[in-house]
Design a binder for this molecule. Sequence first.
Ligand SMILES: CC(C)(COP(=O)(O)OP(=O)(O)OC[C@H]1O[C@@H](n2cnc3c(N)ncnc32)[C@H](O)[C@@H]1OP(=O)(O)O)[C@@H](O)C(=O)NCCC(=O)NCCS
Length: 200
Amino acid sequence: MGKLTELLTREYPKPVTLEDGTPVILRPLLKGDEEALVKYFQTLPPEDRLCLKEDVTDPKVIENWIYELNYDDVLPLIALHNGQIVGDATLHFSPIGWTRHLGDLRLTTSTQYRVRGLGTILVQNLIDIAAHLDLEQLSVEIPPVLDKAFYLFEKLGFKEVAQLKGFVRDLEGTESDLVLMVMNLHEKKTKAGKKRAPAA
Ligand SMILES: CC(C)(COP(=O)(O)OP(=O)(O)OC[C@H]1O[C@@H](n2cnc3c(N)ncnc32)[C@H](O)[C@@H]1OP(=O)(O)O)[C@@H](O)C(=O)NCCC(=O)NCCS
């Protein structure tokens, strides 16, 4: 069994509790989740889908994701409450070439479940998975309009490393900047594992 499969089998489904006491289950997306995922994305406001790169309101896009589901390429971690998807965070691997030490993240949570810690929990789970797989860096691309996401990732240790002026277009076709945030997982490990020098 591969390292990732072993970890996913051991850790998920994982029950977690949001800050207001709401019980939520985290687990990797399964083939049977297609309908629930289509429904989930259709409830998200258009601006909240800006960072997702594909038109997730198109059922064909989701059908394709499900068809190509392979956790070694993209690991989608979903949050469920009462059987409905209320959050989705994805870890994108690029195992070949000069980005093989990197993982890229995307995140959304349902508007009705926000500011209760769900986004933080989902990203922290993906950080832990990436660290377990010995990835060195995680990145996330955020249009400045998604400022809440910026604070969330900053709080978790991501740093802004670049701002690409006019790099993307929003849904109306207007140019927008893109902020690239990066977390160095090895740095984090080293800091956490650093022993204090003995007092003289
Ligand atoms: C960004 C997003 C995922 C946050 O989800 P969430 O479930 O509300 O996340 P949390 O409850 O864990 O919030 C974590 C932090 O985000 C920031 N934040 C979230 N909502 C906020 C709000 N309404 N006002 C101010 N800060 C907010 C805060 O720093 C918060 O930490 P704190 O409560 O300790 O201060 C959600 O707003 C979303 O889906 N937005 C649209 C998509 C997006 O921006 N994706 C990220 C780029 S891929």
